[in-house]
Design a binder for this molecule. Structure first.
Ligand SMILES: [Zn+2]
Length: 261
């Protein structure tokens, strides 16, 4: 099993430093375009081929161009925060960085700067000091993810990932598309037990698979045989895992929130 190669410590510390430096208290204080401008970076929307966002650096000034066809505000905000991560953390890597939608979810197999930029973006948009207390001690339910996404003005996917990152439970989030696992994250406790190769077809008995087949979205979490998600169980004794799905219709994707009962 590949291990997490990139430590989030530097990126998280940098995001916390920004919140402190500008005196932000609440998510509403974080107006990304204003913050970028204060750092010498102009944000503009425009056409971009093959990338969600691009950072151009010239000395102490920068330009972030965000693809003008990104379909939702939360994804645009994540892209800007990701580029600000490059701006602050990767001065010496390249003067032009173009980042794709895959870079925006990079972890494990991604390149180190992309992973670091994502750690920074998540911590800037959803600081642990504010987000953590609303997650710890709670299951990452669809209702909780949706309400946090509204409160922090973030995409459902980024919010679900942050819930799992900061959870103190055995839980995971899996993003699937066309009946296959696209990528996933697991909580720190669950990580050593949880591994699914991207591209793996979903078991027919998962809730996500049933929704892909056109069945109605269940109104709440359901118990699923653990083997449906983890065929070799990896030392977990529970027979079941709980799954709740959030369909992302505009992307043809489904978020599965998973936790051990
Ligand atoms: Zn990037």
């Amino acid at each position: 099993m590949p291990s997490r190669r990139v430590s989030p410590i530097l990126a998280h510390a940098e995001a916390a430093r920004v919140w402190k430096l500008y005196g932000f208290q609440e998510p509403q204080d974080l107006v990304l375009e204003d913050l970028a401008w204060a750092m010498g970076v102009l944000v503009m929307d425009g056409p971009l081929d093959g990338a969600d966002a691009r950072l151009l650096r010239k000395g102490s000034r920068g330009l972030i161009r965000v693809k003008d066809t990104l379909p939702e505000r939360g994804r645009r905000r994540f892209a800007i925060a990701h580029e600000l991560g490059h701006w602050l953390l990767h001065k010496n890597i390249s003067q032009v960085l173009a980042c794709t939608s895959l870079d925006m979810v990079a972890q494990y197999q991604g390149s180190e700067p992309e992973i670091e930029a994502n750690y920074f973006a998540a911590a800037l948009l959803m600081p642990e000091s504010l987000f953590g207390p609303r997650v710890r001690g709670h299951r990452p339910s669809a209702e909780r993810v949706k309400s946090l996404a509204t409160a922090f003005d973030t995409s459902l996917t980024a919010t679900a990932v942050r819930c799992v990152e900061l959870a103190d439970d055995y839980c995971a989030v899996v993003i699937s598309e066309m009946g296959q696992v696209r990528w996933w994250r697991a909580s720190a406790d669950f990580e050593e037990h949880f591994w699914i190769d991207p591209g793996t077809p979903l078991s027919h008995h998962t809730v996500a698979s049933s929704v892909f087949r056109g069945e109605p979205v269940p109104n709440g979490p359901e118990e699923v045989d653990l083997e449906c998600w983890l065929p070799d169980k990896k030392g977990i004794e529970s027979r079941f895992i709980v799954e709740e799905v959030i369909p992302l219709n505009r992307y043809g994707q489904i978020i599965s929130l998973l936790w051990l009962p």
